[in-house]
Design a protein around this ligand. Sequence first.
Ligand code: PDD
Length: 286
Amino acid sequence: MRVAYVNGRYLPHHEAAVHIEDRGYQFADGIYEYVAFYNRTLVDGALHLKRLERSLRELEIAMPMSHAAMAMVIRELISRNNKDDGGLYIQITRGVAKRDHGFPKKVSPAVVMTVCGAKLPTDKQVKDGVAVVTQADIRWGRRDIKSISLLPNILAKQKAIEAGAREAWLVDGDIISEGSASNSYIVSKAGQLITHPANEFILGGITREVVLELAKNSGVPVAERAFTMSDVKNAAEAFLTSTSANVLPVTSVNGKPVGNGKVGPVTRKLAQLYLDHIFKITGKKI
Ligand code: PDD
């Protein structure tokens, strides 16, 4: 049976619910994390937890439980769901209070955790790459906070789905900031890996952090700088990263091939290094 954790209780998934005056429901006043696990072991759990705490701090929501308690709940939830591999979703909102915009005085954060199956890309997507389309980036100015306010992201993703693409790359002015639920990269003809700097205009992905480290350690030159559609047109390769997609080759943007339209050597190398990273942590070969 699928089990959810809701404010201290483990409930059957279909019965799990929050109050209608939860500020997450009414104002999107909360944050989340999505962490992959294999062999019941979180991939980069400590980095995700660090980002979760940072997001909470930025919204002035207190961390509702100790690290030890959170680790215990996560272990217990994965065990109760009897899943070896999958994704852990954690959502923390400011809590339940009468609907007023200002922060309520006495309120405890509401914590929800659920577990789902792994959402890995298909073998064909990994082998041949995926298509992306561009969409205007209409989000707010603090995209570094992993806020549950995802309306612009879901609208962009829906447009991508309708266009038969895997992801929407969000364009802010001239600049491609990131994907609707992933970070974006190109590899220049000179072999330099280029991705938007981790500032307030993008979500600093955990996969991004790890992949950039793997790239640097394996001799791939990295430039954390903004890139435009004209850079994409001149690029040799492109890819995206996220907790669920890992390193996923992008072989076309708006219907036009990137480079020669095939998955390139730098992307292939980083994709393998990232899978090796998962293997080292969890013992799982994907
Ligand atoms: N999305 N940028 C955005 C806007 C995202 O939503 C995500 C992740 C990323 C990649 O971050 P990470 O490597 O830490 O997964 C970048 C998750 C998977 C989600 O929304 O479910």
